[in-house]
Ligand binder design. Structure first.
Ligand SMILES: Cc1ncc(COP(=O)(O)O)c(C=O)c1O
Length: 383
């Protein structure tokens, strides 16, 4: 037997795999999976086939095809009134996951500390571990899952190299306001700390305001690496096309990693996305309205249920508090929902290092078609 020491000894099968396997085995309705059960626009499918037929089948430039970087720069200008240089500040990656991992590996070294906030997306901590850094995990606080500013202030020290922020936030559907970002900017002022900002759900915000893009705060622009995903904005998670935006100095450094992790990303998909973003930009600008209908259908439909619904202000996730229904912990409650009620959800304790002991909350994903959501309401209202 070959002997080796695992670099990630604590990583095993994720709860997402376990829940999905159980849901498939029992034929349960799957609201656990965090992706749409419907396809993206036909336009995109036609364009990708078109570009494949036209011979766009070799490596794309390492930084991403120019057409897509130009379309992104235009989009930023329309939506956020922000000018970014498509050549020196935008890099196309194989999904947001690659952008996040490359950014962490580029800057975090042995002994560095990285602040992350639980519940947090599961790719951050393994990447920090691989880089030789250590994750300092702080819990988001209160019903609104807000940043714990005083704990952040206490936790920042000379070893703090990076803070990872996710807004709009998976799994809670919460998001940071401009005031939150201003407070955070104050805490890192004059400190050598990079902010890695995971904004993959930037297009899915409800109610009157767009996502607040922290790039619009001049005091942050220099230390910010912002990460986005076309998987989320185009209902095409399987295409794995994302991008990062950062100033030229930070970009150069992340590109060194990207160059040797994947080098480049599926060329024909990049070309198709470039057309889509420039010719159908309204679909991106109105993504929040598209998902708001689904959110409202779900939240209104659960008004009479025994669940307490924590109405999300963004993303396609919604949290359900089941403390009126069961004393089980959330993992056992999710398994019971699958076995006894035929519906799969995700326990949010798996997004924590130390979940609050009395927290009884599960996550459902409402990026589902009307029929799935209607069936889900029937099941949840009968519990
Ligand atoms: C918060 C968050 N960040 C990053 C990602 C990864 O995005 P991609 O599929 O583009 O790699 C996801 C996907 O679920 C996510 O929820």
């Amino acid at each position: 037997m070959i002997k080796f020491n695992s670099k990630l000894p604590n990583v095993g099968q994720t709860i997402f795999t376990t829940i999905s396997a159980r849901a498939n085995a029992s034929g349960a309705l799957n609201l656990g999976q965090g992706f749409p059960d419907f396809d993206g626009d036909k336009f995109l499918k036609e364009r990708v086939c078109h570009y494949i037929e036209e011979g766009f089948n070799q490596y794309a430039p390492m930084t991403g095809v120019k057409e897509l970087r130009d379309s992104i720069a235009k989009y930023f200008n329309i939506k956020y009134k922000h000018n970014i240089n498509p050549d020196t500040e935008i890099t196309i990656t194989s999904g947001a996951t690659e952008a996040l991992t490359a950014s962490i590996l580029a800057f975090v070294k042995e002994g560095d500390e990285v602040l992350v906030f639980d519940p947090c997306y599961d790719s951050y901590v393994p990447a920090i571990d691989l880089a030789g850094g250590s994750a300092k995990r702080l819990n988001l606080v209160g019903e609104g899952f807000s940043l714990p500013f005083s704990k952040i202030e206490e936790s920042i020290n000379d070893k703090t190299k990076m803070i990872i922020i996710n807004s709009p936030h998976n799994p809670t559907g919460a998001r940071l306001t401009k005031a939150d970002w201003v407070k955070l900017a104050k805490l890192v002022e004059n400190k050598n700390i990079i902010l890695l900002s995971d904004e993959v759900y930037e297009g899915i915000c409800f109610d009157e305001e767009y996502h607040f893009n922290p790039r619009n705060l001049a005091s942050l622009a220099d230390r910010l690496i912002s990460v986005y995903s076309f998987g989320k904005s185009c209902h095409m998670t399987g295409w794995k096309v994302g991008y990062l935006v950062a100033n030229p100095g930070l970009t150069l450094e992340v590109r060194k990693l990207h160059q040797y992790i994947t080098f480049s990303t599926f060329t024909a998909a990049q070309m198709a996305l470039a057309d889509y973003l420039s010719e159908k930009v309204d679909n991106f600008l109105n993504l929040g309205d598209f998902y708001k209908e689904k959110r409202d259908f779900l939240v209104d439909g659960l008004k009479e249920s025994r669940f307490k619904v924590l109405k999300p202000s963004s993303t396609y996730f919604c949290l359900l508090d089941y403390s009126n229904i069961s004393k089980l912990n959330d993992v056992d409650f999710c398994l019971k929902l699958i076995e006894e009620h035929g519906i799969a959800t995700i326990p949010i304790s798996v997004f924590y290092e130390n979940a609050p002991v009395d927290q009884k909350i599960v996550r459902i994903c409402f990026a589902k078609d009307q029929e799935t959501l209607t069936r889900a309401l029937d099941i949840l209202n009968a519990i």
